[in-house]
Design a protein around this ligand. Structure first.
Ligand SMILES: *Cc1c(COP(=O)(O)O)cnc(C)c1O
Length: 370
């Protein structure tokens, strides 16, 4: 079925990464078929969550896991879980728990905006954010002074290319929180290929978007200690009702984890390198453009392509080129956070060679003289 024709929609080429306003990722046929079959079936949902927990454990070695609607909801629900535990009355009344401590410490540079402010996820749990350190960084002593407050309930860390400033060291930060009896939640939304690394620092749970590189239907995974996972899932009797995972999402997650377990990472990396080289070679012969690969700043196992635009040689500057690509047919979207430096950044992971050729063609067509 061609959805673009049937519903009058615009096909796009997404070189912007796992970007929510463009549909985030592309599921494999196996995952898409599993999710579609789930839509026509009934299940015992607790059994689906149980299987998800087993699959998550088999995948990354954590004691337990569960599926929520997405990571934004997993942040809210895991913080709410710290406030309610398994107490049914607290769960039913949250987030209005005026007697229950509610301060969540996070490094100032981890107060990211991934389409909205992460601090809003904290507020939805009836909690309040306490920023440690400043935009330049967060030292151990900044964390210690923020954590030394009886109203603090947990530490939230973010592993993302969106964080700012240096530090803190995650191992050290977890130690400081645990020394005070406080659990640690890590938002690793786009870090599914590094979950084991993130768990290794001792955090109580790591939150991952299953619809990013795992490419399942929309879903958030909470991965970690059993108590934390159970109390987070228990929020479905309270505020979690509005943030629950669908049956098709949980089945899609199971299929996507199966595929991840079978993934030949060496081969996958070669495919990614081949795509980067294909586009870099095309860019290399266009006057005014220079291509360069950029390794992922947080350690995901793939690179992105930077294209530096010399306006004199190319006939347009980076900003004009990005809008021309967006305004063409089909629209081509890329990362625009470094346009001021004259740089376009493209993520090619979900793209086909056909789409990459289309990007190369358009870069040629838009050059001065065409
Ligand atoms: C994408 C992202 C989120 C939100 O994830 P969803 O599953 O789409 O809600 C949260 N934090 C970071 C750092 C992200 O990159």
């Amino acid at each position: 079925m061609n959805l673009y024709n049937r519903y009058n929609l615009t096909p796009v080429i997404n070189a912007r990464g796992t970007f929510t306003p463009l549909g985030v990722s592309r599921s494999s046929t196996i995952t898409a078929e599993a999710a579609a079959a789930a839509l026509q079936s009934f299940f015992i949902i607790t059994e689906l969550q149980q299987r998800a927990s087993e699959a998550i454990s088999a995948w990354c070695g954590a004691p337990a896991g569960a599926v929520t609607h997405c990571v934004a909801s997993a942040i809210t629900l895991s913080i709410s879980a710290v406030r309610t535990g398994l107490d049914p009355e607290r769960i039913a009344t949250a987030p209005n728990l005026p007697q229950v401590p509610n301060k969540v410490v996070l490094p100032a540079g981890h107060a990211v905006n991934y389409g909205h402010e992460i601090i809003q996820d904290i507020h939805l749990a009836g909690a309040e954010a306490v920023l440690a350190g400043n935009e330049n960084g967060c030292e151990s002593r900044d964390l210690e002074s923020a954590l030394d407050d009886p109203q603090v309930i947990c530490l939230l860390l973010v592993s993302s290319r969106l964080t700012r400033g240096h530090g803190p060291d995650f191992n050290q930060a977890v130690k400081l929180a645990h020394a005070r009896g406080l659990p640690v939640i890590i938002d690793g939304a786009a870090q599914d290929m590094r979950v084991e690394d993130l768990l290794a620092c001792g955090a109580d749970c790591v939150l991952v978007s299953a619809h990013k590189y795992l490419a399942s239907p929309t879903a958030g995974l909470i991965i970690g200690k059993r108590d934390m996972v159970t109390a987070t899932l228990a929020q479905e009797k309270g505020i979690g009702r509005a943030m629950k995972a669908s049956k098709e999402a949980i089945i899609g997650v199971l299929a996507a984890i199966d595929e991840r377990l079978e993934l030949d990472i060496g081969l996958w990396r070669c495919e990614q390198d081949h795509k980067l080289k294909t586009l870099a070679d095309r860019v290399g012969v266009i006057a005014g453009l220079t291509a360069q690969t950029l390794v992922d700043p947080v350690g995901m196992p793939f690179a992105r392509l930077a294209i530096d635009v010399d306006a004199n040689g190319y006939g347009r500057d980076a900003d004009e080129l990005a809008s021309a690509l967006r305004d063409g047919t089909p629209p081509i979207y890329l990362m625009e956070d470094r346009l001021e430096e004259g740089r376009l950044v493209l993520e090619l992971v979900p793209l086909t060679i056909g789409e990459i050729d289309c990007i190369g063609d358009r870069l040629e067509e838009l050059a001065d003289g065409y």
